[in-house]
Write a protein that binds this ligand. Structure first.
Ligand code: 9D3
Length: 245
């Protein structure tokens, strides 16, 4: 999969993209991320990329020309790949969206800064607009990294762990069960006895039960959409407090 990122802050990308799973996916040729500086496509002598909003008001707006020039110089005019604008007004990013984007061979990401980008970018260059959640960030760069990370994890073989992508939290629709490693007792806090039993059926049952309980307590919205089997319902009823049901 190929991803072209367009930003005023290209230096923010390499350290994260080169580390860990994303770095490995790129070295393995599964993922190729190219980062392009929008400022390189500003045509005036001072390489200006923002300007005051028509109609007045505070803040600055990203000019359309450098963004169109940057995207079209890399991808042609009009671009033949999906062009995603990261913006607070976009559709919510979810695991389902990550999986949908993971099927594409190539996509482009435009990161906004300042108060926003000129509406003509949204209307005539972007083919999609995505937000990563309802909180205010400084620009689209962190959202772009979040999107790349989540999409890369959906690529076959990207995790070097064939089960990783399936058992990931959210991929299965429920929160994960608790995890423990050595030591067996840390500051007097013990690992649940079931996990030490060696009884794999019992361990799986306990994990499923914990997963259901956590989801019920913390994310009832997820539980409602998970479609519990009769067995799941019984497991949950066994551990749930009557007043939380
Ligand atoms: C101070 C300006 N804001 C008025 C409430 C509007 C605003 C403009 C630009 C708020 C944030 C930003 C920069 N954010 C993004 O470009 C962005 C973003 C985000 O802030 N939250 C979640 N997802 C995204 S995707 C892009």
């Amino acid at each position: 999969m190929r991803v072209d990122v367009f930003t005023l802050f290209p230096d923010l990308f390499p350290p994260y993209l080169e580390a860990s799973i994303l770095g490995r996916a790129q070295l393995a040729g599964l993922l190729q991320v190219s980062v392009h500086n929008i400022r390189d496509h500003a045509t005036d002598k001072h390489q200006v990329t923002d300007d005051e909003p028509y109609g007045g008001g505070g803040g600055m707006v990203m000019k359309p020309e450098p963004i169109f020039a940057a995207v079209e110089s890399v991808l042609g005019a009009p671009p033949q790949v999906p062009v995603i604008l990261l913006s607070p007004q976009g559709r919510p990013f979810t695991q389902a969206v990550a999986q949908e984007l993971g099927k594409l061979p190539h996509l482009a990401l435009i990161c906004g800064r300042y108060e926003g980008v000129d509406e003509r970018v949204r209307a005539h260059l972007a083919t999609d607009e995505i937000s990563i959640g309802d909180y205010v960030l400084t620009g689209g760069e962190l959202p772009a990294l979040v999107l790349i990370d989540a999409v890369a994890r959906t690529l076959p073989d990207a995790l070097g762990d064939p089960e990783g992508a399936i058992t990931d939290s959210h991929a299965g629709g429920l929160l994960e069960h608790p995890h423990y490693t050595r030591p067996q007792i840390f500051r007097g806090w013990e690992v649940p006895e079931t996990l030490l039993s060696g009884d794999h059926a019992r361990i799986e049952r306990w994990r499923r039960q914990q997963s259901l309980l956590r989801t019920a307590q913390r994310r009832p919205d997820l539980l409602a959409r998970a479609g519990l089997s009769k067995t799941d319902r019984k497991l949950l009823d066994e551990v749930q407090e009557p007043e939380t049901k």
